[in-house]
Design a protein around this ligand. Structure first.
Ligand SMILES: Cc1cc2nc3c(=O)[nH]c(=O)nc-3n(C[C@H](O)[C@H](O)[C@H](O)COP(=O)(O)OP(=O)(O)OC[C@H]3O[C@@H](n4cnc5c(N)ncnc54)[C@H](O)[C@@H]3O)c2cc1C
Length: 489
């Protein structure tokens, strides 16, 4: 830690869960979900709004900025700040109000997506937008404006948010809605990656459902052209959730081959026991698979997480999927949505260097060519992503939106000391393809974007407006993250 940040007095009294100085016992290692970088920071865990205010006061007194953090599920450097204060908001985790008549859920920001659906599912309501993990907090998810496998249908989390209370670094506490006098803050703080203020209360509109079961199918696509075609066909056919998986090692005429997974709620009257399928305990994923505790599965996966192992597993996965292409089955809503929670701590299988996810969104007309070029670049550099996910998206009205009417490709690369520089160079080349295609970048996944790219993708006017709002609500620039510093300087 910087010498001028050293604590003066470790005996300072505690109020509202934080101390008025920066004590050494607050220093902790911090990582993003990908674990490709570890930094040290002073971590405070307030349990109420007064605790957040006190942490702001303490940070100001020491002249250090503050980063906000939810569950730390962003892959890169979005939720920490080295050698400064990081406010972990997971203890603000109370459900404040649930109205089963209107489907309006009011929560503190540290409530997780899992807590949210567990609160509402028994009354026939579910969150309209969830990420691939249920362990993100609602505050962190709103700051990134997450999307789900139904982005093309239900938009982002922000589009399903009625209002929120935002605590500004200067102490003002504002209610923001899409139509009140704080409208500009509503559209800037959602997706504003935690540098404009702290969401302290969030009101969400849940989605009414008649069943907790889904009809699921997966379809094989023999190459990239088919991957686009099958995805479009299933969405046009009414699929509620659609996601593609690509075999990253497929080459030649098979480049882009993969599986498109679809899930749709059972139509009304088709679930013989909705009161049972809508029980929270029936939705949860369970702790064992074939009698083995799921918590150890990542260790079985680890020996395979290299080029040779993943080449074999990917080919096997494709062949198994192709053999059952089009066959219908049923799954729970949670089972169909939280695919990445089946193997807890799977990211550990990537080893000590962690993983880097590269995700971009590309407009529909340019996407087939741009995605093909990005896959070609990975092959040319012999850098293969071990997980590749493909989704359909739509545009949204938020200031710092990462969304376009188009497709996204998310690529998970294993990071080692030997390939790190090559990976970051590859990301630069992939960025160039994205920008040339009029695409955008998603800060929840980013670890590599260069500041020179920011105006190219958001446009000068948007970046200027964001900077003006930042100056207005946080004139001392108290709220920062490593991501913010890296990209906004
Ligand atoms: C396995 C996995 C699957 C995922 N799948 C998807 C997906 O399908 N779709 C998708 O969109 N994303 C997905 N994500 C990304 C993830 O949903 C986002 O990164 C989300 O922001 C994580 O929430 P969090 O609580 O962990 O927030 P963190 O990562 O801790 O923080 C995210 C941002 O929120 C800010 N922040 C946190 N709390 C507050 C607050 N109270 N007020 C203001 N700002 C705050 C932080 O400063 C930071 O900038 C996935 C992540 C993982 C690990």
């Amino acid at each position: 830690m910087g010498a001028n940040h050293a604590p003066r007095d470790n005996r300072a009294g505690k109020r509202g869960g934080v101390t008025s100085v920066l004590p050494r016992d607050r220093i902790e290692p911090l990582q993003g979900f990908g674990g490709a970088e570890t930094v040290a920071g002073y971590v405070f865990r307030p349990s109420n709004v007064s605790g957040i205010r006190e942490a702001f006061v303490a940070a100001r007194a020491y002249g250090v900025p503050v980063a906000l953090r939810g569950a730390g599920k962003s892959y890169g450097d979005a939720a920490y700040l080295r050698e400064a204060v990081t406010l972990d908001l997971t203890r603000l985790n109370r459900v404040l109000d649930w109205n089963p008549d209107t489907g309006v859920l009011t929560v503190e920001p540290g409530v997780t997506i899992r807590q949210a659906w567990q609160t509402t599912v028994g009354d026939g309501w579910l969150p309209p937008v969830v990420s691939g993990t249920m362990y993100s907090t609602i505050g962190g998810a709103l700051a990134m404006n997450i999307h789900g496998k139904n982005h093309y249908k239900h938009g982002t989390l922000g589009e399903n948010t009625l209002s929120f209370d935002l605590l500004l670094p200067g102490g003002d506490h504002l209610t923001c809605t899409p139509s009140n006098e704080n409208r500009d803050l509503f559209y800037a703080a959602i997706g504003g990656f935690g540098v404009l203020g702290v969401f302290t209360t969030i009101r969400l509109q849940m989605m009414s459902v008649q069943s907790g079961l889904m009809r699921v199918r997966q379809f094989a696509a023999r190459n990239l052209t088919e991957l686009f075609a099958v995805t479009d066909r299933e969405i046009a056919g009414g699929s509620d959730y659609t996601v593609g998986w690509l075999d990253p090692f497929a080459s030649g005429t098979n480049v882009g081959r993969g599986l498109v997974q679809t899930a749709s709620f059972l139509p009304e009257g088709h679930d013989p026991a909705p009161a049972q399928t809508l029980r929270a305990d029936r939705q949860d994923l369970g702790d064992t698979a074939l009698g083995v505790p799921k918590s150890v599965l990542w260790q079985l996966l680890k020996p395979w997480v290299n080029d040779a192992g993943m080449r074999v597993l990917s080919a096997l996965r494709y062949r198994l999927g192709a053999a059952t292409s089009g066959k219908a089955g049923t799954d729970t809503w949670a089972g169909a949505n939280f695919l990445l929670d089946y193997v807890p701590h799977w990211q550990n299988a990537y080893g000590s260097g962690g993983l880097m996810q590269y995700q971009t969104q590309i407009p529909a007309t340019a996407a087939p060519e741009a995605v093909a070029e990005q896959l070609r670049l990975c092959h040319a550099h012999r850098l293969f992503p071990y997980l590749s996910v493909f989704k359909r998206h739509r545009a949204d009205p938020f200031l710092m939106s990462y969304s376009v009417d188009g497709y996204s490709l998310a690529l998970d690369f294993k990071v080692t000391s030997a390939n790190r520089d090559r990976l970051w160079n590859l990301a630069g080349e992939l960025d160039a393809v994205t920008i040339a295609a009029g695409g955008r970048f998603y800060f929840a996944k980013d670890a590599t974007l260069h500041p020179s790219r920011i105006q190219a993708f958001l446009g000068e006017a948007r970046v200027q407006t964001f900077r003006e709002i930042k100056r207005r609500v946080d004139p001392q620039n108290l709220l920062q993250t490593d991501l913010y510093r890296r990209i906004f300087g």
